[in-house]
Ligand binder design. Sequence first.
Ligand SMILES: [Zn+2]
Ligand SMILES: [Zn+2]
Length: 177
Amino acid sequence: MKINIHDIPDAGLVLDFKDEGKNIEELAGRLDFSFLSPVSAHLDISSSEGMVNVNGNMQARLLVGCSRCLKEFQSGIDTDFSVIYVPGGEKETEKELKPGDLELNYLDGHELDTTEILLAQLSLEVPIKPLCREDCKGLCPKCGADMNAGACGCGEEAKTDSKTDARFAKLKDFKVK
Ligand SMILES: [Zn+2]
Ligand SMILES: [Zn+2]
């Protein structure tokens, strides 16, 4: 949804809405994840001296591909954020802010696109190399087997047999006890 920043009342604007994942996908062109449910968002928008402040929260359920084992897994996003927008071209505003202040974003004309806000937050929240779990073992580089399901065997055979024997011996001892 697009909001003309001149339509933001002095008291601010509070929006609670759900955005279909496909709207965000269309805007992005391509995403490395898919949506399991609409994104719900709460935005608190206020405007002063040409700057637009957006404080918000968004929640989403995503299906993300693991960067190691390629398996898809569900990931929940629940994030609070705070962003400042200034109209494009009015770079003077930038100078007045000290470096290290909140990140500045430029508006396309006088319109604030809520879908763009959600997309920006999602790209911050979803890791570049997502993992289905912290210690995901990934796929065997030789046979492509999912190493999380246990050793595939092809790597073991390439190594010396003594290692394997020692491990099995230990396992045997454990069982006897
Ligand atoms: Zn994985
Ligand atoms: Zn293998």
